[in-house]
Design a protein around this ligand. Structure first.
Ligand code: PA5
Length: 427
C-alpha cells in the first residue's frame, strides 16, 4: 500500500458479480495490451501516452527556466484558456496552493461581460502582469476574445514593446496563434499537435502555468511516468486503469447512468472538474455513457446528500480518499454551552475522516456501489499519477464503449447556431 494509489470496490448488494468482473477483465486484455502500445488508429492523438514525448527532461528544464523568469517579475499571471486548455493546471494549482508565486487568474473560459469587467478591474491592483493564452488552433471564441482584451490592456499599461515581453502563447505550430507570436514578438510554447486539450496535463499547456505558480512540475511528470510504468507492468487482471474502466462499464450496463466523484477535501474541486471534462467530453457520444458529476463533501452532503441516500437510485460513487494526515487542527475545550464538547480535543482531520467512512457506509448500505481510490497524499507526484491514471482509463473506457476517445463533434452544434447569429465569416 505505502505510496500506491489503490482501487477497492464496496458493493454490498453485489451489483458487480465477481466472476463477471473477472471475465470482463480478461475479455479486455487484448484491448489493454493494444492501448499500452498505442493503437495505430489513434496514433495522431496519443502524443501524451509516453509522457517523454511532451515532457522529456531537457524540455522540462527549459520550461522551468522560462517559468522562473516570469516568477521573478510577475505578481499576477493570467491564464487564458477553456476546456482542456486550462483544466489541468487549474486543478493542480487549486489542489496544491503553492506559495511565494504570483497570483494566478483564470479567464477566457466564459463570455460573461461581468467576469471580463471584473478581471480587468482586478488587474488594476497588480504591478507586474504576465499572460498566457492557451488555445490549440486558436479558433475558440472565448480565449480568442479574452486574449484580444488582455493584449490591449497590457499594451495600454506597458506600451507595445514591453507588453510583448509579457505575453506567452501556447498553440500548435503553424497555427494563427504562432503567427501572432512571430509577428509581435510574443513567446511561443507548444501545444503538441498529437495531444487533445483534455489529455494535455503533461504538456506545456498544463505544465507551464503550474511551474509559474510554483509547482514542482518535475514531480508531477515523475508521477505521470510512474503511473505509466505501473500500468504497463500490470496485466489485465490487476491493472488499476482497466479495473476502473470495466467497473464503470458493468455498472453502466446494470442501468446506472451517473457516476458521482466524492471527496472530502474541497481543494480537489477543480480536479473533479478536470475529471468530469475528461470523461464527459471523451465518452458522451452515440447516445450513451455515464454522466460524470462531483460532490464536495461534507458541504454537498447537506444538499445532494439527501438525493444520494433516498432519491432515484441512478448513480454510483467514486470516492477519492486521501491517506496522508496533512493538517491537524484540534477543537478546543470551551466552557460556553454549545453542546459540542463531545468533540473537544479531537482533530478536524480525524473528524473529517470519520465523516468519510460514515458516508461510504451509509451510501453502500443503501445499495449504492462505491468505488474507492485511496491516494497517498495531495502532492505533485500523486496528482501526476492521477492525471495519467484517469487519462489512460478514459481512453480504455471509451474503447470499451466503442466511441472515439479523442474527438468531440457534439460541441460544434451550439457553435454553429452561435456563429450564424454572430455572422462569423465562413472559412
Ligand atoms: O479537450 C478538448 O479538446 C477541448 O475541451 C478543448 O480543449 C477546448 O475546446 C478548447 O480548445 P482550444 O484549445 O482549441 O481553444
Amino acid at each position: 500500500m505505502e505510496n500506491k494509489i489503490e482501487l477497492t470496490i464496496l458493493d454490498k448488494k453485489n451489483f458487480l458479480n465477481e466472476d463477471e468482473f473477472k471475465s470482463k477483465l480478461s475479455e479486455m486484455a487484448p484491448l489493454l495490451e493494444a492501448a499500452k502500445k498505442g493503437e495505430k488508429e489513434y496514433k495522431n492523438f496519443l502524443g501524451w501516452l509516453s509522457v517523454d514525448e511532451t515532457a522529456g527532461e531537457e524540455h522540462l528544464k527549459s520550461l522551468c527556466l522560462q517559468a522562473d523568469q516570469v516568477r521573478k517579475d510577475a505578481d499576477v499571471f493570467v491564464v487564458i484558456g477553456i476546456g482542456g486548455s486550462n483544466q489541468a493546471s487549474r486543478a493542480a494549482i487549486h489542489a496544491l496552493r503553492p506559495q511565494n508565486g504570483p497570483e494566478i487568474i483564470w479567464t477566457g473560459n466564459t463570455i460573461s461581460a461581468m467576469e471580463m469587467k471584473r478581471t480587468l478591474e482586478e488587474l488594476e491592483r497588480y504591478r507586474s502582469i504576465y499572460i498566457n493564452c492557451i488555445a490549440k488552433n486558436f479558433e475558440t471564441l472565448e480565449p480568442g476574445i479574452a486574449f484580444r482584451m488582455l493584449r490591449r490592456y497590457l499594451e495600454k499599461r506597458y506600451g507595445i514593446k514591453e507588453a510583448s515581453r509579457r505575453i506567452f502563447a501556447t498553440g500548435t505550430p503553424g497555427s494563427t496563434l504562432e503567427q501572432l507570436c512571430i509577428d509581435n514578438g510574443y513567446t511561443f510554447l507548444v501545444f503538441p499537435e498529437k495531444v487533445g486539450g483534455r489529455y494535455s496535463a503533461g504538456t506545456d499547456v498544463g505544465l507551464f502555468p503550474m511551474a509559474v505558480a510554483g509547482i514542482d512540475i518535475c514531480a508531477v511528470v515523475s508521477g505521470m511516468r510512474n503511473m505509466k510504468n505501473r500500468l504497463l507492468r500490470e496485466s489485465a487482471k490487476d491493472n488499476i486503469a482497466l479495473k476502473y474502466a470495466v467497473a464503470r462499464k458493468l455498472l453502466y450496463d446494470r442501468g446506472y447512468n451517473i457516476e458521482m466523484m466524492a471527496y472530502f477535501e474541497p481543494r480537489l474541486d477543480y480536479f473533479a472538474k478536470w475529471w468530469i471534462q475528461a470523461f464527459a467530453e471523451s465518452e458522451g457520444k452515440d447516445s450513451k455513457a455515464l454522466y460524470p458529476v462531483a460532490v464536495s463533501a461534507s458541504e454537498d452532503l447537506h444538499s445532494v446528500g439527501q438525493f444520494i441516500q433516498q432519491g432515484n437510485p441512478i448513480l454510483f460513487e467514486t470516492f477519492l480518499q486521501v491517506r496522508e494526515k496533512d493538517a491537524s487542527v484540534i477543537l478546543p475545550y470551551d466552557e460556553k454551552k454549545d453542546y459540542f464538547d463531545y468533540l473537544a480535543g479531537k482533530d478536524f482531520w480525524d473528524i473529517n475522516n470519520i465523516a468519510r467512512c460514515a458516508t461510504m457506509k451509509a451510501h453502500s448500505e443503501r445499495g449504492i456501489p462505491c468505488l474507492n481510490f485511496s491516494i497517498p497524499a495531495i502532492d505533485e507526484h500523486t496528482l501526476g499519477e492521477l492525471f495519467y491514471l484517469f487519462m489512460f482509463s478514459c481512453y480504455l473506457s471509451c474503447r470499451i464503449n466503442e466511441v472515439n476517445p479523442f474527438d468531440q463533434p457534439g460541441v460544434e452544434f451550439y457553435k454553429k447556431n452561435m456563429f450564424k447569429e454572430l455572422k462569423k465569416p465562413v472559412a
